[in-house]
Design a protein around this ligand. Structure first.
Ligand SMILES: Cc1cc2nc3c(=O)[nH]c(=O)nc-3n(C[C@H](O)[C@H](O)[C@H](O)COP(=O)(O)OP(=O)(O)OC[C@H]3O[C@@H](n4cnc5c(N)ncnc54)[C@H](O)[C@@H]3O)c2cc1C
Length: 295
């Protein structure tokens, strides 16, 4: 099918974008990589009257690090993020998750911020963003606000962004150096597909090998990426041990409310959450013990 009639705007400045969004509200859509939006427009699931293409705006395609925070502009492609030495060094779990998104051809065009704004509950990058306690910077004619990752995702394809707001940047606090390990692991039906379960874990150990910090974000199982807080708390003070990962996996699976989908019942998804959490923690712990980040 072909898209319904729409008008195409190609502004050269952010202020022009904000003006278009303020004027057209719910009838306007930002066009970033187009990898999700154009498909939906062709299927007429999305029928915006105005498309605001941000691709000609300078300065949005940069990855920088400032005061221990990695900043990813709205036009940074998923592939650029995946191979960025800055992101690999400071937030390796984001690179690892990024390598699992679709195929290289999609990642060459699709943007990191577009994936976050699209809020597919299965998408890898939002799951990693939530584990990293990342933030989204939203701007409009009304000004700027910073949305913590956990408040960004409201449900499938629903975010905290208002109709007149554009997400201009994602921010990722750098992981501590030393005995910190992270891992992103997922189960997909076929290579390159969206996962049926994806888990990002971050573990920090003290010199005795005791866990001082644990973060677990479970994606694809519930209606948005969610932190498994009870499992995280239960890990504190424990040492790295397969039984500990198993217990944490079971706790995490109980915390997440699974959605039944064509790819599996709620019970199956809960089981997957338990297994993938266990494996992800085990890998993060091995990396923490080595005292180095790995991708
Ligand atoms: C074959 C195929 C396989 C895929 N597999 C996966 C996968 O395994 N995992 C995965 O995570 N994704 C997958 N995707 C989706 C892909 O990652 C998209 O690139 C991503 O979902 C959207 O990014 P985009 O830059 O292309 O955004 P667009 O398609 O341009 O936009 C998507 C939505 O986000 C909004 N938006 C975009 N940028 C902004 C912004 N800066 N501010 C406010 N709103 C904005 C748009 O208005 C639109 O509603 C796949 C896509 C394809 C075509």
């Amino acid at each position: 099918m072909k898209p319904a009639v729409f008008s195409y705007q190609s502004p050269r400045t952010l202020d022009e974008v904000f003006g278009e969004l303020a004027e057209h509200g719910s009838d306007a859509r930002v066009l970033a990589g187009g990898q999700s939006l154009i498909r939906l427009m062709n299927a007429r699931t999305e029928t915006p009257g105005v498309l605001v293409d941000i691709n000609r705006i300078p300065g949005l395609d940069e990855v920088t690090v400032e005061d221990g925070v990695v900043r990813i502009g709205a036009l940074v492609r998923q592939r650029t993020s995946e191979v960025s030495p800055v992101i690999r060094e400071h937030t390796p779990v984001f690179s690892e998750a990024g390598a699992e998104v679709a195929h290289v051809s999609v990642r060459e065009r699709g943007t990191v911020v577009g994936s976050i704004a699209f809020a597919d509950p299965c998408a890898e990058l939002p799951t990693a963003l939530v584990a990293l306690d990342g933030e989204i910077v939203a701007r409009s004619t009304r000004g700027e606000r910073v949305i913590p990752a956990e408040q960004m995702f409201l449900g499938p394809y629903r975010t905290a962004l208002a109709e007149d707001e554009m997400a201009v940047e994602a921010r990722l606090p750098a992981l501590p150096t030393g005995r910190t390990g992270s891992a992103f692991l997922e189960i997909t039906r076929r290579h390159g597909e969206l996962p049926v379960c994806g888990v990002a874990s971050i573990l920090r150990l003290d010199d005795d090998g005791q866990i001082t910090e644990a973060r677990i974000s479970v994606g694809a199982v519930g209606d948005r990426p969610q932190r498994a807080r009870a499992a995280e708390s239960a890990l504190l003070g424990r040492t790295t041990d397969p039984e500990v990962w198993r217990e944490a996996g079971e706790l995490a699976a109980r915390e997440i409310e699974p959605r039944p989908t064509v790819h599996g019942s709620s019970a199956y998804r809960r089981h997957l959450a338990s297994v993938v959490t266990r494996r992800s923690l085990s890998r993060a712990a091995a990396r923490a013990l080595e005292g180095a980040h790995h991708v």
